[in-house]
Ligand binder design. Structure first.
Ligand code: IPM
Ligand code: MG
Length: 391
């Protein structure tokens, strides 16, 4: 099959992690008989430098024409002093809204190979794991095109302490439809996992959260095999650390999902491993428009040094195959290759053992400890390509 993939390498380490991911996609294409045509586009800081705006209209239009979008990362100190609507991050919001990708899937699982990078004690992990293992495997489904990120906002002309405008506001609005469609995305995900879904909100205070619960009460009736539970977000933030094994799928609003997914990423040992998929409504063929990106940012401090972990982007490409192109075995091939490379002991600095040679994540390439070998971006990518070939 043939697919067109919009590619936005972006800023910082973006290009370094995107390049090997495209090589991995091509290798999968060769192996299973698919062709991926890449359409490289600009957004974020690079686009600001070249065309004066973070998300040029041509980029959005071209991305809409493609079957899916793979994005590295945007942003960096160079653009930090620009006003809000001109910052590189605006490109992300514009792409999310423009592509209509309302359901953001952020998996966070503790891989056995990376257990030593997890900051939570074994006995804490085992206590909440139904099989008594020191592990967890959860999926945050974050609403991505509504809520506080897209609500009415502004400055008020009143003066306060001698400043005018001396007040500002942002608002959280959710329609029934927006809540229902992201909940359904969560239930569909839970159906092929451990069949548990937790709605995270602040229904003890916020009216919009109370609507989330009403919608969930209705929608849950369509999924009788899935256990639905509710948590307030402050409690959920605590439970994630106290007992991460209790969670399967968490569905939550845009802002709460933003915060909780960063928290969950730390539990896995490194944000450098975490992929994400942002999905729109399914189209008739079963394919689905989607935007795929690693959760980590542009990490300007390590850009160009060949030390960034490419695995989150490679795993995002796997999610693209699964969700947008319905190529399950091809997605699994990438995931297996990544798993095999970790089994071989290869580690970028960010996922090396805390007790090992790479205690500060800045260990030099080639250092070996505990059977782990610290490698750079390129060597890690080459190892994945080799592992794919061997499958
Ligand atoms: C994320 C990021 C973005 C967000 C920023 C960069 C706008 O933190 O994808 O989680 O808040 O959504
Ligand atoms: Mg975030």
């Amino acid at each position: 099959m043939k697919f067109s993939v919009a590619v936005i390498p972006g800023d910082g380490i973006g290009p370094e992690v995107i390049a090997p991911s495209l090589e991995v996609l091509d290798a999968v294409g060769d192996k299973y008989g698919h062709i991926f045509n890449y359409v490289e586009l600009e957004a974020g800081g690079l686009a600001i430098d070249h065309s004066g705006e973070p998300l040029p209209q041509e980029t959005l239009e071209a991305a809409k024409q493609c079957d899916a979008l793979l994005l590295g990362a945007v942003g960096g100190p160079k653009w930090d002093s620009l006003p809000g609507h001109m910052r590189p991050e605006r490109a992300l919001l514009g792409l999310r809204a423009g592509l209509g990708v309302f359901a953001n899937l952020r998996p966070a699982a503790l891989l056995p190979q990376l257990k030593s990078a997890c900051p939570i004690k074994d006995e804490v992990l085992t206590a909440s794991n139904s099989e008594g293992k020191a592990a967890f495997d959860l999926l945050i489904v974050r609403e991505l095109t509504g809520g506080l990120y897209f609500g009415k906002r502004g400055r008020l002309d009143e003066s306060s302490n001698g400043h005018s405008p001396g007040a500002a506001f942002d608002t959280e609005t959710y329609s029934w439809m927006e809540i229902e469609r992201v909940l359904r995305a969560g239930y569909e995900a839970a159906a092929v996992r451990r069949k548990k879904l937790c709605v995270v909100d602040k229904a003890n205070v916020l009216e919009s959260s109370r609507l989330w619960r009403e919608v969930a009460a209705e929608v849950s009736k369509d999924y009788p095999n899935i256990e639905t539970s509710y948590l307030y977000v402050d409690n959920a933030a605590m439970q994630l650390i106290r007992a991460p094994g209790q969670f399967d799928v968490i569905v939550t609003s845009n802002l709460f999902g933003d915060i909780l997914s960063d928290e969950a990423s730390v539990l896995t040992g490194s944000i450098g491993m975490l992929a994400s998929a942002s999905l729109g409504e399914k189209v008739q063929t079963g394919n689905r428009p989607g935007m795929y990106e690693p959760i980590h940012g542009s990490a300007p401090d390590i850009a160009g040094k060949d030390i960034a972990n490419p695995l989150a982007t490679i795993l995002s490409a796997a999610m693209m195959l699964r969700y947008s192109f319905v190529l399950e075995k091809e997605a699994v091939a990438i995931e297996t290759a990544v798993n095999n490379v970790l089994d071989q002991g290869l580690r970028t600095g960010d996922i090396a053992s805390r007790s090992g040679a790479a205690s500060d994540g800045a260990a030099s390439s080639g250092a070996v400890s505990n059977g782990e070998k610290i490698v750079g971006t390129r060597a890690m990518a080459d190892a994945v390509l080799k592992a794919l070939e061997k499958l």
